[in-house]
Design a protein around this ligand. Structure first.
Ligand SMILES: [Zn+2]
Ligand SMILES: [Zn+2]
Length: 354
């Protein structure tokens, strides 16, 4: 297949709504596959990028097309492709390339490659422009960055696994969450609800922290063993010094110290949300307890495949609200109010209907 123009949905300026536009996709190279996109999840990063809110770190190039939670079917494979055949159900997450030679790439930790190519907003080595994400009819990706999606899962619910899923799966695995471990999940949004599902599936005792008492029933349904309303100091104090691990999925400013005090000796709190401003951390509770605070971004390709396979075996998908692409702007507004259970997924066939 030669390079061609395809329909996409994107923004032409930071203050402009997303709308239909045409973008160019490269031809299928020997090691590439072409994917017809069925579903694309909406990640909070999409909104930040579309509105140029990460200007200092990664200025948005317009027109921009977000989307890094892609599920689709292979329509074409390059002559040297070995992993896939036409018709396969596949996924693409936050990365579409890396240098493949650095120690991190060699270790399958492409998320730490200093030269990775993001699915959207990175310089595109092939076209010379910028990469365009999954709010689109189709995409061409090197097979190394394409994941196999279990056929038994609902593809709409699989899409968010490619970012929200691996972002929570990876630190839970890294910190060896499993049977006998007491694990806290802070915040029950797109990330948090996946954290609950995975921690529960790994066999841990799962405690959800939320500021909204109304989320209790839902937290229990998702797999929590207990729910703590974090604004109640007495409820918090009951759990002091008892957690092996806490996954903090809150992006808004909040008090980490309240959670650090809940960790056991050698307990760890890992941040997967990204508050804009620096947080204040009291050091004494870290010293007296040898506790640690860390962060974690997405995951490498091998671990992302492991996560998808795990989801296939355990029937795990994200809880999604499926929308047509024409409702993306409205979905962004609702995302800002956390008005979604728990992730929007765009049915990309709606783009063809335009
Ligand atoms: Zn994301
Ligand atoms: Zn690398």
């Amino acid at each position: 297949m030669e390079a061609r123009n395809v329909k996409a949905f994107g923004a032409n300026a930071a203050d402009a709504p997303l709308k239909e536009l045409m973008i160019n996709r490269r031809g299928v190279g020997a090691e590439d596959v072409a994917i017809e996109i069925l579903y694309c999840g909406i990640c909070h990063s999409d909104l930040h990028y579309a509105r140029d809110e990460w200007h200092d770190a990664m200025p948005t190039v317009y027109p921009c097309v977000p989307g890094h939670e892609i599920v689709g079917r292979l329509t074409e494979v390059g002559s040297a492709v070995t992993k896939f055949k036409t018709g396969d159900l596949v996924g693409v997450g936050c990365l579409v390339d890396s240098d493949r030679t650095c120690p991190n790439c060699q270790a399958g930790l492409e998320q730490f490659c200093p030269n990775f190519t993001l699915t959207y907003g990175s310089p595109d080595k092939h076209t010379g422009g910028v990469t365009y994400g999954g709010y689109s009819e189709s995409v061409v990706v090197d097979e190394r960055f394409v994941l196999r999606v279990p056929e038994n899962l609902d593809p709409a619910g699989v899409a968010p696994l490619l970012c929200a899923g691996i972002t929570t799966y990876s630190p839970l695995r890294h910190w060896k969450v499993g049977p006998g471990k007491k694990v806290g999940i802070v915040g029950l949004g797109g990330l948090g609800h996946m954290g609950v599902k995975f921690a529960h599936a790994f066999g841990a005792h799962v405690v959800v922290f939320t500021t909204s008492p109304g989320k209790k029933d839902d937290a229990l349904r998702l797999g929590a063993d207990e729910v703590v309303v974090s604004t109640n100091p007495d409820e918090m104090q009951k759990h002091a010094g008892t957690f092996d691990f806490i996954l903090d999925a809150v992006s808004a400013e909040h008090d980490l110290n309240a959670y650090i005090n809940l960790l056991k000796i050698d307990g760890n709190l890992t941040m997967v949300g990204a508050p804009e401003k620096p947080l204040r951390i009291a050091v004494f509770p870290l010293l007296f307890g040898r506790r640690s605070v860390s962060g974690s971004p997405i995951g490498g390709l091998p671990e992302t495949q492991e996560m998808l396979d795990f989801c296939g075996e355990h029937g795990i998908t994200a809880d999604v609200e499926v929308i047509p692409v024409q409702q993306v702007n409205e979905a962004y507004e609702r995302l800002l109010k956390s008005d979604v259970k728990y992730r929007f997924t765009i049915d990309m066939s709606s783009l063809k209907a335009e």
